[in-house]
Design a binder for this molecule. Sequence first.
Ligand SMILES: Nc1ncnc2c1ncn2[C@@H]1O[C@H](COP(=O)(O)OP(=O)(O)OP(=O)(O)O)[C@@H](O)[C@H]1O
Ligand SMILES: [Mg+2]
Length: 371
Amino acid sequence: MPALSLQQLQLINFRSYKRLTWDCPPGLNIIFGPNAAGKTNLLEAIGYLALARSFRQQQDQQLITWGANSFQVRGLCHSNGEKIELVINYQQHNNKKLTINGNGNRLIELLGIFPAIYFGPDDLNLLKGGPAYRRHFLDREISMGDRIYCRNLQDYRRILFQRNLLLRAIKAGRGKEEELEPWDTQLLVTGKAILEKRARFLQSLAPVVAATYRDMAGGEKLALIYRPGVADQEEWAERLKAGREREIQAGMTLWGPQRDDFTFTLDGHEARYFASQGQQRAVVLALKLAEARYYREILHVMPVLLLDDVFSELDEERQGALLELLAAADQAFLTTTEVGLLPARLRERSHLWELTRGREPRLTSGPAGAQ
Ligand SMILES: Nc1ncnc2c1ncn2[C@@H]1O[C@H](COP(=O)(O)OP(=O)(O)OP(=O)(O)O)[C@@H](O)[C@H]1O
Ligand SMILES: [Mg+2]
């Protein structure tokens, strides 16, 4: 029995799925169908079981089928020899509710049970997009393996929000500067934990990303570099003190992990400016592959892989690197509009599912030798 897999997915009013019950086998699953058939929606639903959030950086509200006012995602999973039923309910204007094996749980308990890594066309934004994409990536990925980080992050956001409100109140003459002190202390303590964990995460990931890129693309040397919003806690504390007037004028907190970023360089040159399109795709692919390897180490299971229409964009060598990773996965879901464009050796090892809009995926063939 595989260490981690989804056995059954059930959806109610999730995106284009009013109702869906889908029994999905371990191993490789290729989902094919025309544009707008609901392929990405299906991966999004599976990914939702990992973090109770969409990987599309979207609000839960947008996941509700138009015209409905709640959705449910239910997954029956195998995780390290245990059978686990995860149910997440979202009610419009209300909080999410999680039950694990029928018992109500805090959402944070979900983390680490069903880790999944999504890789899709928008991930190029990790390189080309603004820093918010990369912070979003850090937060998702670290949270998946670290509940304390997730809790810290929630605290930090709340503190930041309150502190910003106060800065604006002071600007409007409705607050006093001294009132900032307790918020500053909390900001520094909570923020420090976030900065440290992000630094550690990127430090562990960097050599794996570099090695993955080297094996896959060869040639230039890839480096992943953390660019924290503040160098350390002392510097941060000083900036908060010295920059108080600026912050009041701006009505927002100007320094801290909310300004973090990271970059990639190829032979020392900033990849987002100088890398070719193929190189850019290889960098992002290396990051995703490295992440899967990283989780296998810290969580002792290989995350479920969700690969959204990525094969056709890769050259043969990179397809090979991805195939190698897929061989190590307990379960993976791949989407494509054109099965014929996928490498034959991948198709032969996969379950092929045909998807028509609003319908359940229909099995058209299984892996060679399995039937
Ligand atoms: N909240 C929603 N309620 C109902 N339908 C939705 C909702 N959100 C998205 N959709 C529908 O889902 C469709 C898109 O599905 P999806 O992105 O999964 O397609 P896809 O099969 O991945 O297509 P492509 O091959 O173009 O990527 C859209 O056409 C849209 O009509
Ligand atoms: Mg899609």
